[in-house]
Design a protein. Structure first.
Length: 202
Protein backbone atom coordinates (compact mmCIF):
# COMPACT_ATOMS: atom_id res chain seq x y z
CA UNK A 1 0.00 0.00 0.00
CA UNK A 2 1.10 3.60 -0.51
CA UNK A 3 1.16 6.20 2.27
CA UNK A 4 -2.27 7.17 3.58
CA UNK A 5 -3.34 9.63 6.26
CA UNK A 6 -5.95 9.04 8.94
CA UNK A 7 -8.38 11.92 8.52
CA UNK A 8 -9.10 12.30 12.22
CA UNK A 9 -5.64 12.08 13.80
CA UNK A 10 -3.45 13.08 10.86
CA UNK A 11 -1.29 9.97 11.36
CA UNK A 12 0.55 8.90 8.19
CA UNK A 13 0.48 5.13 7.63
CA UNK A 14 2.71 3.44 5.07
CA UNK A 15 2.25 -0.33 5.57
CA UNK A 16 -0.56 -2.75 6.38
CA UNK A 17 1.12 -3.72 9.64
CA UNK A 18 1.28 -0.06 10.70
CA UNK A 19 -2.42 0.24 9.86
CA UNK A 20 -3.35 -2.78 11.98
CA UNK A 21 -1.29 -1.48 14.92
CA UNK A 22 -2.70 2.02 14.61
CA UNK A 23 -6.33 0.92 14.36
CA UNK A 24 -6.09 -1.82 17.00
CA UNK A 25 -5.30 0.88 19.57
CA UNK A 26 -8.81 2.24 19.00
CA UNK A 27 -11.21 -0.62 19.81
CA UNK A 28 -14.62 0.97 19.26
CA UNK A 29 -16.49 -1.47 17.01
CA UNK A 30 -16.93 -5.12 16.09
CA UNK A 31 -14.57 -4.73 13.14
CA UNK A 32 -11.73 -4.08 15.56
CA UNK A 33 -11.91 -7.72 16.67
CA UNK A 34 -11.43 -9.16 13.19
CA UNK A 35 -9.28 -6.58 11.41
CA UNK A 36 -5.97 -8.39 11.89
CA UNK A 37 -7.45 -11.48 10.21
CA UNK A 38 -9.51 -9.89 7.44
CA UNK A 39 -7.56 -6.85 6.31
CA UNK A 40 -5.42 -9.02 4.03
CA UNK A 41 -8.54 -9.70 1.96
CA UNK A 42 -9.25 -5.97 1.69
CA UNK A 43 -6.59 -4.71 -0.72
CA UNK A 44 -6.88 -1.86 -3.19
CA UNK A 45 -9.90 0.42 -3.39
CA UNK A 46 -12.91 -0.72 -1.44
CA UNK A 47 -16.04 0.01 0.54
CA UNK A 48 -16.87 -0.50 4.21
CA UNK A 49 -20.66 -0.71 4.36
CA UNK A 50 -22.33 0.14 7.65
CA UNK A 51 -18.94 1.29 8.94
CA UNK A 52 -20.21 2.98 12.11
CA UNK A 53 -17.30 4.53 14.00
CA UNK A 54 -14.51 2.24 12.78
CA UNK A 55 -13.57 1.12 9.26
CA UNK A 56 -11.72 -2.03 8.25
CA UNK A 57 -9.04 0.22 6.72
CA UNK A 58 -8.57 3.96 7.07
CA UNK A 59 -8.41 4.24 3.27
CA UNK A 60 -11.71 2.39 2.70
CA UNK A 61 -14.73 4.45 1.68
CA UNK A 62 -16.98 4.23 4.72
CA UNK A 63 -20.72 4.27 4.06
CA UNK A 64 -23.20 4.50 6.92
CA UNK A 65 -26.70 5.91 7.06
CA UNK A 66 -26.19 7.65 10.41
CA UNK A 67 -22.56 7.74 11.56
CA UNK A 68 -20.97 11.22 11.46
CA UNK A 69 -17.59 9.50 11.01
CA UNK A 70 -18.57 7.84 7.72
CA UNK A 71 -17.23 9.22 4.44
CA UNK A 72 -20.76 9.09 3.02
CA UNK A 73 -24.13 9.07 4.78
CA UNK A 74 -26.32 7.02 2.48
CA UNK A 75 -28.16 3.72 2.19
CA UNK A 76 -25.66 0.83 1.92
CA UNK A 77 -28.30 -1.35 0.29
CA UNK A 78 -28.22 0.72 -2.90
CA UNK A 79 -24.88 1.49 -4.53
CA UNK A 80 -26.26 3.02 -7.71
CA UNK A 81 -23.67 5.80 -7.53
CA UNK A 82 -21.02 3.21 -8.47
CA UNK A 83 -20.64 1.38 -11.80
CA UNK A 84 -20.33 -2.37 -12.20
CA UNK A 85 -17.01 -3.98 -11.20
CA UNK A 86 -15.60 -0.79 -9.71
CA UNK A 87 -14.06 -1.93 -6.40
CA UNK A 88 -11.41 -4.45 -5.36
CA UNK A 89 -13.39 -5.42 -2.26
CA UNK A 90 -16.52 -4.74 -0.26
CA UNK A 91 -16.42 -5.24 3.50
CA UNK A 92 -19.34 -5.17 5.90
CA UNK A 93 -19.62 -5.95 9.60
CA UNK A 94 -22.93 -6.65 11.35
CA UNK A 95 -25.16 -4.89 8.84
CA UNK A 96 -26.69 -7.78 6.91
CA UNK A 97 -28.64 -8.89 10.02
CA UNK A 98 -30.60 -5.63 9.80
CA UNK A 99 -31.53 -5.86 6.10
CA UNK A 100 -34.74 -7.44 4.87
CA UNK A 101 -33.92 -8.63 1.35
CA UNK A 102 -30.63 -10.48 1.83
CA UNK A 103 -30.25 -11.85 -1.68
CA UNK A 104 -30.97 -8.57 -3.44
CA UNK A 105 -28.52 -6.68 -1.25
CA UNK A 106 -25.74 -9.26 -1.67
CA UNK A 107 -26.28 -9.19 -5.42
CA UNK A 108 -25.91 -5.41 -5.37
CA UNK A 109 -22.72 -5.59 -3.30
CA UNK A 110 -21.25 -8.19 -5.65
CA UNK A 111 -22.19 -6.06 -8.65
CA UNK A 112 -19.71 -3.31 -7.75
CA UNK A 113 -16.83 -5.74 -7.07
CA UNK A 114 -14.33 -6.46 -9.84
CA UNK A 115 -13.90 -10.03 -11.02
CA UNK A 116 -11.23 -11.43 -8.70
CA UNK A 117 -12.21 -9.05 -5.90
CA UNK A 118 -13.54 -10.04 -2.48
CA UNK A 119 -16.76 -9.73 -0.55
CA UNK A 120 -15.72 -9.82 3.12
CA UNK A 121 -18.41 -10.24 5.78
CA UNK A 122 -18.31 -10.40 9.59
CA UNK A 123 -21.69 -11.44 10.98
CA UNK A 124 -23.45 -12.33 14.22
CA UNK A 125 -23.44 -16.13 14.45
CA UNK A 126 -26.89 -17.52 15.22
CA UNK A 127 -25.28 -20.33 17.24
CA UNK A 128 -23.22 -17.95 19.40
CA UNK A 129 -25.25 -14.73 19.66
CA UNK A 130 -28.50 -14.09 21.54
CA UNK A 131 -31.59 -15.36 19.66
CA UNK A 132 -34.00 -12.94 18.04
CA UNK A 133 -36.40 -11.60 20.66
CA UNK A 134 -33.97 -12.04 23.55
CA UNK A 135 -33.72 -8.95 25.74
CA UNK A 136 -29.99 -8.68 25.02
CA UNK A 137 -30.28 -9.18 21.27
CA UNK A 138 -29.78 -6.10 19.10
CA UNK A 139 -33.29 -4.83 18.41
CA UNK A 140 -32.34 -3.87 14.85
CA UNK A 141 -31.66 -7.48 13.92
CA UNK A 142 -34.22 -9.02 11.59
CA UNK A 143 -32.50 -12.37 11.13
CA UNK A 144 -29.29 -14.21 12.02
CA UNK A 145 -27.06 -16.44 9.93
CA UNK A 146 -24.53 -19.17 10.40
CA UNK A 147 -21.70 -19.74 7.92
CA UNK A 148 -23.59 -22.50 6.12
CA UNK A 149 -26.80 -20.53 5.63
CA UNK A 150 -25.03 -17.43 4.32
CA UNK A 151 -22.78 -19.46 2.02
CA UNK A 152 -25.85 -21.20 0.58
CA UNK A 153 -27.29 -17.79 -0.31
CA UNK A 154 -24.03 -16.65 -1.88
CA UNK A 155 -23.68 -19.90 -3.83
CA UNK A 156 -27.17 -19.40 -5.16
CA UNK A 157 -26.20 -16.03 -6.57
CA UNK A 158 -23.44 -17.64 -8.65
CA UNK A 159 -20.02 -16.30 -9.65
CA UNK A 160 -18.69 -16.84 -6.13
CA UNK A 161 -15.75 -18.81 -4.79
CA UNK A 162 -15.31 -19.49 -1.09
CA UNK A 163 -11.92 -18.21 0.03
CA UNK A 164 -12.11 -18.29 3.84
CA UNK A 165 -14.50 -18.75 6.72
CA UNK A 166 -14.06 -19.04 10.47
CA UNK A 167 -15.33 -18.26 13.92
CA UNK A 168 -13.37 -17.76 17.14
CA UNK A 169 -15.41 -18.22 20.33
CA UNK A 170 -12.22 -18.72 22.32
CA UNK A 171 -11.57 -15.01 21.65
CA UNK A 172 -15.03 -14.24 23.07
CA UNK A 173 -16.25 -13.36 19.58
CA UNK A 174 -19.90 -14.15 18.90
CA UNK A 175 -19.54 -13.68 15.16
CA UNK A 176 -18.34 -15.59 12.11
CA UNK A 177 -16.45 -14.34 9.07
CA UNK A 178 -16.71 -15.32 5.43
CA UNK A 179 -14.73 -14.20 2.39
CA UNK A 180 -15.87 -14.95 -1.15
CA UNK A 181 -14.16 -14.06 -4.40
CA UNK A 182 -16.18 -12.84 -7.36
CA UNK A 183 -15.47 -15.07 -10.35
CA UNK A 184 -16.48 -15.36 -13.98
CA UNK A 185 -17.56 -18.96 -13.43
CA UNK A 186 -21.22 -19.74 -14.00
CA UNK A 187 -21.29 -22.24 -11.15
CA UNK A 188 -20.20 -21.46 -7.56
CA UNK A 189 -16.88 -22.97 -6.48
CA UNK A 190 -15.85 -24.00 -2.97
CA UNK A 191 -12.14 -23.28 -2.89
CA UNK A 192 -11.39 -23.85 0.80
CA UNK A 193 -12.96 -26.70 2.74
CA UNK A 194 -11.87 -25.77 6.26
CA UNK A 195 -12.17 -22.65 8.39
CA UNK A 196 -8.74 -22.22 9.88
CA UNK A 197 -9.14 -23.91 13.29
CA UNK A 198 -12.89 -23.80 13.80
CA UNK A 199 -15.38 -25.24 11.32
CA UNK A 200 -18.75 -23.65 11.88
CA UNK A 201 -21.29 -26.02 13.39
CA UNK A 202 -24.45 -26.60 11.41
Amino acid sequence: MGPTRDLFSGTVITTDSEMVNFMSDQIIGEVDHCRYRLMKYCKGQGLDLGCGKSKIRVDAIGIDLYSPLADMNCDARLLEQYPDEHFDYVFSSHLLEEIQNTEAVLREWLRVIKVGGNLVLYQADKDLYYPLGHELCNRNHIHHFCFESLWEILKGLGNTELVHHGRYPENKEWSFEIVVKKTEEKEPICGIQNSDKHPTAS
